[in-house]
Design a protein around this ligand. Structure first.
Ligand SMILES: *[C@@H]1O[C@H](CO)[C@@H](O)[C@H](O)[C@H]1NC(C)=O
Ligand SMILES: *[C@@H]1O[C@H](CO)[C@@H](O)[C@H](O)[C@H]1NC(C)=O
Ligand SMILES: *[C@@H]1O[C@H](CO)[C@@H](O)[C@H](O)[C@H]1NC(C)=O
Ligand SMILES: *[C@@H]1O[C@H](CO)[C@@H](O)[C@H](O)[C@H]1NC(C)=O
Ligand SMILES: *[C@@H]1O[C@H](CO)[C@@H](O)[C@H](O)[C@H]1NC(C)=O
Length: 259
């Protein structure tokens, strides 16, 4: 009985071995699991991303001509810290009139580009922290800093010259965050601190001017020009009301003649 059992056992073993040796699906079983665990790379192609989204073609052109795109890609590829990039749309460049980018030196342009990047990945919710942290260093280094304020999830960026909104998130997966901003970020380190006040704010202008001009002579000069400006504007107002009054008389006169 035992020998029969052993024989059956042996023949089944032999049979299964020959089956396994000749069966063709075994190599494909070995091959299929290999590509599956291959890690999907975290690589974000910044050039590709910026050329698809936006339109950010003007900013991308500056990043490429200054080679800052390579610095940013390296920061994204090869650092633990990651990268946060603020990208202005094309229309932000076309609406940029007063401080123009046209006569910046190559180095200033490069700094301007780097000024749009932070050497760390920040999700949108992280900006609450930055809001209280004071000036934040950008990749441009030194005095090229940005101020952030987060009011109930609305993130504003201040550079002195520029006060703008983070208007949307283009990409936000650690280590790369890209946010759209409505304006080109202009650093004081390039354009100076002599920032013209916003046009539709006539009241704060005389308050700011004397503070900036410390010497008495300069302050007098400011007063003089202010004094000069006043009568001309009031003359205009007087002229206007006289003209309006005259028109009313003429119109009502005409009306009476017509009656
Ligand atoms: C990134 O994308 C750009 C534009 O699509 C392409 O020209 C470039 O070869 C890509 N770079 C890499 C490293 O894949
Ligand atoms: C970033 O990584 C991609 C993919 O690994 C590579 O092709 C590219 O050359 C890298 N670029 C830099 C600047 O490290
Ligand atoms: C750029 O040019 C304008 C006029 O062409 C000039 O007023 C301005 O000072 C120049 N800016 C710089 C940084 O050279
Ligand atoms: C934000 O602040 C909290 C508390 O101060 C801290 O625990 C957290 O690490 C900060 N996050 C970032 C991204 O700095
Ligand atoms: C940034 O904020 C600091 C105070 O935290 C302030 O002194 C500085 O003037 C601000 N800079 C700009 C460019 O708004």
């Amino acid at each position: 009985m035992d020998s029969v059992k052993i024989l059956i056992c042996f023949t089944t073993l032999l049979f299964t071995y020959s089956q396994a040796a000749t069966s063709p699906p075994s190599p494909s079983i070995i091959l299929t699991p290999t590509p599956a665990p291959a890690p999907a790379p975290d690589y974000v192609n910044l050039t590709e991303l910026l050329s698809v989204a936006g339109p950010f073609s003007t900013f991308l052109k500056y990043l490429e001509s200054t080679k800052v795109i390579e610095t940013l890609q390296n920061q994204a590829n090869n650092t633990e810290e990651g990268l946060t990039l603020f990208v202005p749309q094309d229309k932000a460049f076309t609406s940029l009139k007063k401080p123009s980018l046209s006569n910046l030196t190559a180095d200033q342009l490069k700094q301007l580009c780097l000024f749009h990047a932070l050497p760390h990945y920040y999700s949108l919710s992280d900006f609450k922290n930055l809001s209280d942290a004071g000036p934040i260093n950008t990749l441009a280094g030194g005095s090229y800093t940005l101020n952030f304020t987060d009011v109930t999830g609305t993130v504003r960026i201040g550079s002195g010259w520029t006060n703008t909104l983070v208007s949307s998130s283009v990409h936000s997966t650690d280590p790369v965050a890209i946010y759209q901003v409505n304006k080109v970020l202009l650093p004081e380190a390039i354009f100076g601190t002599d920032i013209p006040p916003p046009a539709p704010a006539p009241a704060p202008v005389p308050d700011i001017a004397p503070v900036a001009d410390a010497p008495g002579a300069a302050a007098d000069g400011g007063k003089g020009s202010a004094a000069k400006a006043k009568p001309s504007s009031s003359n205009k107002i007087v002229g206007w009301s006289v003209w309006r009054c005259l028109m009313m008389v003429v119109v009502s006169g005409g009306f009476m003649v017509f009656l």
